[in-house]
Design a protein around this ligand. Structure first.
Ligand SMILES: Nc1ncnc2c1ncn2[C@@H]1O[C@H](COP(=O)(O)OP(=O)(O)OP(=O)(O)O)[C@@H](O)[C@H]1O
Ligand SMILES: [Mg+2]
Length: 229
């Protein structure tokens, strides 16, 4: 459903990604692994359209999206949970969730209850400000907001980073539930190998802006020199 061919992208003068080709099928969770600074977030931002493609093509559900804006991509069904969460600290939890409807043509409020089922703490704290939440709770809110949009493809940039283990486990279970109960596809950036192996169907390892390994199993001898393990 998503296909990147020979994508090049980066910032102003500095090209970060070179010849990146990636495929995501419906209901598949693919994991992007790699050390700090190799271009994982750059890749996610390029898929979302936050960064412009400098070369190559991006297609989503057989439609060419290479030059489409982030708004068009989110309306097409791509959801994004950025690294470092980026929720609105002065809006309530409920107001943060409502923002997810902006990219959902189906405004059925029932989806909020589904999100509360995934993350009960968001219901308990729905009238509190986003800024009152712990880091892990903010991450749940960021994921919850993305789910309100009912994306066909969900991009998650290091959702477990700096978060307490029990919340990481909750997030892992939600990803598995989405995989089992819906047709959602996901692109997950993750440095935690255990997490990646628990949810991933297919893996890409990136080093210095290029794909250096891909496969449905992570072969330790082939990937360890590209990861911090
Ligand atoms: N806004 C920016 N302007 C210029 N260069 C940037 C910008 N953001 C990132 N870079 C550079 O692009 C390269 C890739 O960064 P990116 O954020 O994609 O790495 P990453 O793999 O996500 O790292 P991390 O694991 O630390 O999140 C790095 O060299 C980084 O310094
Ligand atoms: Mg990053």
């Amino acid at each position: 459903m998503l296909q990147l061919k020979d994508v090049e992208s980066g910032y102003d003068e500095s090209m970060v990604l070179r010849d990146v080709s990636i495929k995501v099928k419906q209901n598949q969770v693919i994991c992007i692994l790699g050390r700090n600074g190799v271009g994982k977030s750059t890749l996610i931002k390029t898929i979302m359209g936050v960064l412009k493609v400098q070369g190559g093509t991006i297609a989503f559900e057989d439609k060419e999206l290479t030059k489409a804006s982030a708004t068009i991509r989110s309306k097409a069904g791509i959801g994004y949970v950025p690294q470092g969460r980026e929720i609105f600290t002065t809006l309530t939890v409920y107001e943060n969730l409502l923002l997810g409807f902006e990219s959902n043509p189906n405004k059925n409020k029932e989806i909020i209850n589904k999100v509360y089922k995934y993350f009960p703490v968001l219901q308990e704290m729905k009238n509190r400000n986003g800024g009152d939440l712990s880091g892990g709770q903010q991450q749940q809110l960021a994921i919850g907001r993305a789910l309100i949009a009912e994306p066909k493809l969900l991009l998650l940039d290091e959702p477990a980073e700096g978060i307490q283990p029990n919340i990481v486990e909750d997030i892992q279970n939600v990803i598995l539930d989405l995989k089992n109960e819906t047709k959602t596809s996901m692109v997950l950036v993750e440095q935690d190998l255990g997490f990646a192996k628990a949810v991933g169907d297919y893996f890409y390892v990136i080093d210095r802006g290029t794909v250096v390994f891909e496969g449905s199993e992570l072969i330790d001898e082939k990937v360890e020199k590209h990861l911090s393990i």
